[in-house]
Design a protein around this ligand. Structure first.
Ligand code: NAP
Length: 484
């Protein structure tokens, strides 16, 4: 890896302000998904070593929570500035471990930095209330307080921004945190810790631990010192961790999987819909929680939509994300590739047809061809689960009611999209969609200022926006009596 500052590439955990290895010397390797070469190794910490990190966060909490929001914000601003100064290195680390094209990695670094800057300020607005009194001699009021030590577990698809979206509101609220990044992408998290260290964030306030998920995650979900557990990942793992947290009744936030519909009505602006379709479906090789899983396209515009989408998809360059002009990188690993391949093959066996692509890419390794599938029926497995790959499935519908019913026919409820120029239809459909996020003639949903999260089995709670700070605050009610 060609870095301006090689010190950002850390192969140790960050606990209590120190760089540590596992006492047993246990490690796990991380591969570059584009080349198959090993990027490096990180420690495989034991449950006992994970407990030490929780203890470090707990020890650091009283002093951190005792600072003013302005003082905590100043640390976060310094951290964000260092992230901006080192954006190119962070992007190279990210692409090397995750595979997305370098410009996308730079975009992710910027969005994580935005979240940190935003929460650095939002921490100053953790207002309580003075409540109108029910009796003359009393005054009820509320104050907001940090929930305590936070444990966070994050996925590999956004190795930087998913961390920034959790760590910055937690720190701004006055919490301390222990983070376990995905085993496929720990180096972005460790580079962020190195910059937090440079920013002077006090020892123990932000800790990064790596290792086997069940060992590290088992401790983080069981440890009674952890008061808040925040997770981003699959619905399946989220449910398991939710159950583990029940034993100590932790405050939990879950950002889970999705099955996003993208509805194109006859009255839509076709070119705008195609731009949105390409941005949402093929970003990060289709490995985003809010990327389109199902294109639902009305009868009158269906043929034109499939033809234009196929043209755009055919023109995409696939390759190593570090190379210029590459718009689609590899899938993260062989397992991801095999899942996509199996879903496409099963659909074709049931009668679907690949208008474009439909097989492994000639580059080999973890590469899959950008694909457009047509001729699908609602019962096909590919429409019922997260594809997490570069495969667009296009389904025809006739009426608005039919589109809404198809869109909501899933246990997920994260993002939905619709393309229409009819104002009445926009309101009717936006209100009827069972999802936490709705993009109307737009797919760029995530921003630091806006609440992000799902309905149904896509999760609990929100990240981003003022709601993102709320997730790390308790409300304390205080009643003052004897005033007359
Ligand atoms: P995943 O398999 O659920 O893993 C997510 C994290 O959970 C990783 O750090 C993983 O660790 C850890 N984990 C797995 N099993 C665990 C266990 N038994 N105990 C403790 N931790 C455990 O998900 P993924 O494949 O990394 O990410 C893709 C999923 O994330 C998709 O479903 C996507 O939709 C979802 N996602 C949702 C959002 C959102 O905002 N809603 C955003 C991004 C991604 P290891 O890596 O060590 O296994």
């Amino acid at each position: 890896m060609n870095l301006n500052d090689p010190q950002l590439f850390k192969q140790q955990c960050y606990v209590g302000g120190a760089w540590v290895s596992s006492a047993q010397g246990a490690t796990q390797g991380v591969d570059n998904p584009a080349t198959g070469e090993q990027v490096g190794t990180v420690p495989a910490l034991s449950a006992e070593e994970t407990r030490e990190a929780v203890q470090a966060a707990s020890d650091a909490w009283p002093a951190w929570r005792g600072l003013t929001a302005v003082q905590r914000g100043a640390y976060l601003h310094r951290w964000a500035q260092l992230i901006q100064d080192n954006a190119k290195d962070l992007a190279v680390i990210l692409t090397s471990e995750q595979g997305k094209p370098l410009p996308e990695a730079l975009g992710e670094i910027k969005s994580g930095q935005d979240a940190i800057t935003w929460f650095a300020e939002e921490g100053r607005r953790a207002y309580g209330e003075v409540i109108p009194t029910p009796s003359p001699d009393r005054r009820p009021l509320t104050i907001r307080q940090p929930v305590g030590v936070v444990a966070a577990v994050t996925p590999w698809n956004f190795p930087m921004s998913m961390i920034a979206r959790k760590v910055s509101p937690a720190l701004a609220a006055g919490c301390t945190i222990v983070l376990k990044p995905a085993s496929a992408t720990p180096f972005s998290a460790l580079a962020l810790a190195a910059l937090a260290d440079q920013a002077g964030i006090p020892a123990g306030v932000f800790n990064v631990v790596t290792g086997k998920a069940s060992v590290v995650g088992g401790e983080l979900t069981a440890n009674p010192l952890v008061r808040k557990f925040t997770f981003t990942g699959s619905t399946e793992v989220g449910k398991t961790l939710m159950a583990q947290c029940a034993k100590t009744v932790k405050n939990i936030s879950l950002e889970l999987g999705g099955n996003a519909p993208f509805i194109v009505f006859d009255d839509a602006d076709l070119e705008r819909a195609i731009t949105g379709a390409m941005a949402s479906k093929y970003r990060n090789t289709g490995q985003t929680c809010i990327c389109v899983n199902r294109f639902l396209v009305q009868d009158g515009i269906y043929d034109a939509f499939v033809a234009r989408l196929s043209e755009e998809v055919t023109a995409m360059r696939v390759g190593n994300g570090l190379e210029d002009g590459v718009r689609q990188g590899p899938l993260v690993d062989q397992q991801g590739l095999e899942k996509v391949e199996a879903l496409v093959q099963a659909s074709v066996a049931l009668g679907a047809r690949a208008a474009v692509g439909g097989r492994r890419h000639e580059l080999g390794g973890n590469f899959y061809e950008p694909t457009v599938l047509v001729g699908l029926t609602p019962d096909m497995p590919i429409l019922r689960q997260e594809i997490f790959g570069p495969v667009a499935t296009v389904v025809r519908f006739k009426t608005e009611e039919e589109a809404i019913a198809m869109a909501n026919d899933t246990e997920y409820g994260l993002a939905s999209y619709m393309y229409t120029n009819d104002l009445g239809r926009f309101w009717r459909v936006a209100e009827a969609l069972e999802s936490g996020l709705v993009g109307v003639n737009e797919t760029g949903l995530a921003s630091a200022e806006s609440p992000f999260g799902g309905y149904k089995e896509s999760g609990l709670g929100r990240e981003g926006g003022r709601q993102g700070l709320d997730s790390f605050l308790e409300t304390k009610y205080i009643l003052v009596g004897g005033l007359r």
